[in-house]
Design a binder for this molecule. Structure first.
Ligand code: AMP
Length: 282
């Protein structure tokens, strides 16, 4: 497994793979890897000859008062996990290597990024789209794997690929949870034992909501969301949002909606957790 820090070296290598007819799969991450990330690498491994995992805590997707400075890092652990799951290359650039000091071009998605996480994190998806587009240009992937944990991000990346004609197939990986239901996240590390126990309300509430919506359809959504808010608040969570959206456009669901994204962002202490369920409607 190669570890590459230089953008030019990575791009040259990717070009040489392409010229010899090898297919490439990319797994973009911010590191501090866990079993959720590993599942993405496993999918990538099945889909291409060469698997590239990028590890980059991208400063441009963090707001001024967010956790950029304390975001957890453990490169040695990440290296071992990538090797164990058969990655061929880790791309771990420095912020200075990723962005020119006078960089002035960004990619902005103008519809899907206005809601859910985009409301309280207004620059987040601009940072994500820009860095992912750069990673596509550096790694020339046939396939890129993204987790349904970040369901809004996945939809926005699909939209960017469609609207800007990137020749990349986007593959969705199911959300991986602990046995107790907590969605795996690098940010779980910030939680105290007590907060971790309280945070189990999120998956519990989402699973119950899913059942109710599957049984009673779209009419159940508003009541279900109100009940979730009460349950989460009672467990000590501070709600950023709990919302249902049509996965086709992230607008409010209508009678024509075929699939809804039931998504939430909730603080326990200072830690903001996200979780979701994607629910098909008949
Ligand atoms: P991150 O390192 O948090 O930026 O995540 C990198 C990629 O891993 C994103 O596509 C995430 O959606 C995905 N991911 C993170 N946590 C999980 C999880 N628990 N299950 C599935 N995918 C995940």
């Amino acid at each position: 497994m190669k570890i590459i820090q230089e953008a030019a070296e990575l791009q040259k290598l990717a070009l040489s793979y392409k010229r010899t007819g090898k297919t490439i799969a990319l797994v973009p991450t911010m590191g501090y890897l866990h079993a959720g990330h590993a599942s993405l690498i496993d999918i990538a491994r099945q889909r291409a000859d060469v698997v590239i995992v990028s590890i980059f805590v991208n400063p441009t997707q963090f707001g001024p008062n967010e956790d950029l400075d304390k975001y957890p890092r453990d490169f040695e652990h990440d290296r071992e996990l990538c090797a164990a799951h058969g990655a061929d290359i880790i791309y771990a650039p420095t912020p200075g290597g990723m962005y020119a000091a006078d960089a002035s071009v960004e990619i902005v998605e103008n519809h899907l990024s206005k809601v859910l996480c985009g409301k309280t994190r207004p620059i987040h998806f601009k940072g994500v789209c820009t860095v992912v587009a750069k990673l596509f240009n550096l790694t020339l992937p046939d396939v890129a794997v993204f987790g349904e944990k970040d369901a809004q991000q996945l939809l926005i990346i699909r939209r960017m690929v469609r609207d800007l004609n990137f020749p990349v197939e986007i593959v969705a990986a199911p959300l991986v949870r602990q046995e107790d239901g907590l969605a795996l996240s690098s940010r779980n590390r910030y939680l105290s034992c007590d907060e971790k126990a309280r945070a189990l309300v999120l998956s519990r509430a989402l699973f119950a909501a899913r059942k109710a919506i599957e049984a009673n359809g779209i009419e159940a959504v508003d009541g279900v969301i109100e009940a979730m808010k009460v349950e989460i608040t009672n467990a000590g969570g501070r709600i950023d949002y709990v919302e249902a959206r049509d996965t086709a456009n992230l607008d409010a669901p209508t009678a024509a909606t075929k699939e809804i994204l039931l998504a939430l962002a909730v603080y326990f202490g200072t830690t903001r957790l996200i979780d979701n369920q994607i629910i098909g409607l008949n």
